[in-house]
Design a protein around this ligand. Structure first.
Ligand code: PLP
Length: 348
């Protein structure tokens, strides 16, 4: 007999991308930022005092909430901090869904939603995207989740649903709409306005991608104070630490640095997409810091293995509907050049 609940016993668990220890590997597999975080972040970390480490941090992360409130034009009460956005996702799944309360989302998408739903023994309703990754509004409304997740831009496709369609979905849903904007820093639009104006929308952000702080673990959500107050009841007492609060606050404050590195990545995204098109490859239109590219000969799984053998790591999902594509994080110009050269060779 197992000690675990049946749903945990059956669970495969979330499978994170590989983190190789060899520093010479060109790592284009987990959508990290290829540039370091702002120098202001390192200064903020160095300025943390022994007294700050001896004491517990602010339980709600208020120093960060105040910086974010000014940045997004909301109040501190509209913001909850998390140990990465994954922590925020976990909180929302636990707060809104369960065996009697469905969780819905379009697929394919970020696979953590399914894992968290399974842990919570929630009713999970997966709705296929429309052709070309259009938003299946009617089908999601019919799925009637107490909570609906929308990764926008979506992962692993990189595609973006226009604001007006997201607004229509939010208006028609009876439950909460959680908009996962992990990659929005690289997109032409965001849905923060819905978090300010509606009582059933949470916009979730991470400092891992646009702010180059994946190792720090800091995410947050913005929404109506009633939603935020409910989530506060579910979180760990001190879910963000003193170092992370200081570093994330410094990163969000340094918008000049953020814009410079973001613009470089967006320029490289365009150049890499053009180079892939030049090799005759089909890539979905991306509003994120990665590209989702189709391979026929050799097939995607083989391309993944061959690149890995050459010291270039990309992400391959052997799952229905997407097993013919590879997800490639946009790297530095030199990393992208190495990838393009390797692909030219492989496709010859
Ligand atoms: C769509 C999406 N949402 C959320 C996250 C989690 O971000 P964090 O690093 O803040 O936990 C990721 C991470 O890759 C992601 O791809």
């Amino acid at each position: 007999m197992s000690y675990f609940r049946a749903n945990i016993e059956l669970l495969d668990g979330y499978m994170p991308g590989e983190q190789p220890t060899d520093p010479s590997v060109i790592k284009l597999n987990t959508n990290e930022n290829p540039y370091p975080p702002s120098p202001a972040v390192l200064r903020a970390i160095a300025a943390v005092t022994p007294e700050q480490l001896r004491r517990y941090p602010h339980p709600l992360g208020n120093p960060f909430r105040d910086v974010a409130a000014r940045h997004f034009g909301v109040t501190r009460d509209h913001i909850i901090c998390g140990n990465g956005m994954d922590d925020i996702l976990n909180l929302t799944v636990r707060a809104f869904s369960g065996p009697e309360a469905a969780l819905a989302y379009p697929v394919p998408t970020y696979t953590l939603y399914a894992v968290l739903g399974a842990i919570q023994a929630s009713v999970v309703r997966e709705v296929p995207w429309k052709r070309d990754y259009g938003l299946p509004i009617d089908e999601l409304v019919q799925a009637d989740g107490r909570v609906t997740y929308l990764a926008n831009p979506n992962a692993p496709t990189g595609t973006l649903v226009p604001f007006e369609q997201v607004r229509t979905l939010a208006e028609r849903l009876r439950g909460v709409l959680c908009i996962d904007e992990a990659y929005v820093d690289f997109a032409d639009q965001d849905c923060m306005e819905l978090a300010r104006s509606r009582d059933n929308v949470l916009v979730m952000r991470t400092m891992s991608k646009g702010y180059a702080l994946a190792g720090l673990r800091f995410g947050f959500a913005v929404g109506h104070p009633d939603l935020i107050a409910g989530l506060m009841k579910v979180k760990d007492s001190y879910n963000v630490d003193a170092v992370a609060i200081a570093a994330a606050s410094a990163a969000l404050t340094d918008q000049e640095y953020f814009r410079q590195t973001r613009d470089r990545i967006v320029r490289e995204r365009r150049r890499l997409a053009e180079a892939l098109a030049g090799l005759g490859l089909d890539t979905l239109p991306s509003q994120s810091n990665f590209l989702f590219t189709r391979f026929e000969r050799p097939p995607a799984g083989q391309v993944y293995e061959s690149l890995k053998a050459r010291g270039i790591l990309v992400r391959y999902f052997n799952s229905p509907g997407i097993s013919d594509r590879i997800r490639i994080t946009v790297g530095t110009p030199e990393q992208n050049d190495a990838l393009i050269a390797a692909l030219k060779d492989l496709l010859r």
